[in-house]
Ligand binder design. Structure first.
Ligand code: COA
Length: 377
């Protein structure tokens, strides 16, 4: 029991695609009041991937900066996604090669809508408990694509989170969680279907019901939430025994508003947002409440207790710089990028006709006979 208290997130990083659509531009074309998107739903921007990046390159970009020198320590790689590129081969196998991990490493893809990354984090913790000198790499990488002119279009986004799980972690100790499962048809994507089938209103009700079932009785000064759209965190806070202040909610959703939904990584993007914006004097050695939700559905409440050097567990400057350097694209380019994405994800042969961003380290070079070829630059 004592040992479980010393395992958690050693380092964490987020990769944001280099392009975004401002929701003002989407509102104009969709003939919608921009305040519905920016105030009612709470989103400002939508991250857009380029034709030469996919869930594997995004995961590699997220993991590479925090991994360096630890390639041989990783005994378990868990890749959480609901934007899978293959029903048989785990996306993590490609990632394993790109990152140069040691060949005696277990590699698995895990799925349960937006909850899988939390489930993977808890499994990784158990792995480190059983193998204290090893580390686990947990990645989540998703493209939240709902389709043009759907209610979910405004909540789209893309991005990846990588976390190294170890003993005596630099960032924070992860507690045992309290999960809750219920069979609900709020959001699902049959294997032959290009986009999810979504009942957004049912999903909001189910999210809040599952949170109520596992919500803590005690007050937390800080909490992070799974955020399919930023205002979901306000709707979640309302059902807590001790709701959060609007100031704290603003810290926890600042990054999410800029990116959109990234499915599995969204809860951890909220964590990075909180760590980047809340005053360090208030965060020091705080225990942060975390609520994970994955449609279908599973909810889980757990905590992360920040360690004295937690600021060394993530690179705030790089995150803020990467956000600031993103390029705004117009609606036509967004349309074109998503059309290429749709075509690519159902193609056995594909070669991107697009120059990769100079900052991109990993690129998808081509798809040949359904197999993906990547390059590290
Ligand atoms: N100014 C300010 N607010 C406005 C507005 C305006 N001009 N117009 C509408 N709004 C508000 C509405 O009152 C509503 O607020 P409420 O939620 O407090 O009632 C909010 O904006 C959204 O409007 P609504 O009409 O409900 O939008 P919608 O029918 O397009 O659906 C979602 C919104 C979020 C449900 C939809 O985008 C969706 O399903 N997204 C996907 C969610 C998902 O993926 N869930 C599963 C994963 S957890």
């Amino acid at each position: 029991m004592e040992k479980t208290r010393n395992i958690g997130i050693d380092r964490i990083h987020f990769y944001a695609p280099k392009m975004y659509l401002d929701l003002e531009d989407l509102a104009t074309v969709r003939n919608t009041d921009v305040n519905k998107f920016k105030i009612g739903i709470g989103q400002e921007k939508m991250a857009i991937i380029s034709p030469n990046e996919d869930i594997v390159t995004m995961a590699a970009e997220a993991a590479f900066p925090i991994l360096q020198g630890q390639e041989n320590d990783i005994g378990l790689l868990l890749f959480a996604t609901e934007s899978g590129i293959d029903y048989s081969k785990a996306a993590g196998i490609y990632l394993h090669t790109l990152l140069g991990l040691n060949s005696h490493c277990r590699v698995l893809e895990v799925k349960q809508a937006c909850y899988a990354a939390t489930g993977a984090l808890q499994l990784a913790k158990d792995y480190v408990l059983a193998n204290p000198h090893k580390k686990a790499l947990v990645v989540s990488s998703d493209v939240a694509w709902y389709g043009f002119e759907t209610p979910g279009e405004v909540t789209q986004g893309a991005g990846a989170i990588a976390m190294i799980v170890s003993q005596n972690p630099t960032l924070g100790i992860v507690s045992e969680g309290v999960p809750i499962v219920q069979n609900i048809e709020d959001f699902y994507r049959p294997s032959f279907h290009e986009v999810p089938i979504v009942d957004g209103k049912l999903s909001i009700r189910s999210y809040r019901d599952l949170l109520k079932a596992v919500r803590p009785e005690k007050a937390f000064e800080f909490m992070c939430f799974h955020m399919p759209f930023a205002v979901m965190s306000d709707k979640a806070s309302e059902v807590l025994t001790h709701p959060l202040s609007s100031e704290v909610l603003a810290y926890a959703k600042a990054f999410n508003k800029e990116i959109g939904n990234i499915y599995n990584g969204s809860l951890f993007l909220s964590l990075l947002s909180l760590l980047s914006y809340a005053p360090p004097s208030r965060l020091n050695q705080q225990t942060i409440g975390m609520f994970s939700y994955g449609s279908g559905a599973i909810g889980e409440f757990f905590t992360i207790t920040l360690q004295p050097n937690y600021q060394k567990g993530f690179d705030q400057n790089k995150l803020l710089k990467d956000f600031a350097q993103r390029k705004r694209i117009d609606f036509q380019t967004y349309h074109q990028m998503m059309e290429i994405y749709r075509h690519r994800e159902s193609s056995l042969e594909f070669t991107p006709d697009f120059s990769a961003d100079n900052q991109q380290i990993f690129v998808l070079e081509s798809i040949h006979q359904g197999h993906r070829l990547y390059k590290k630059r």
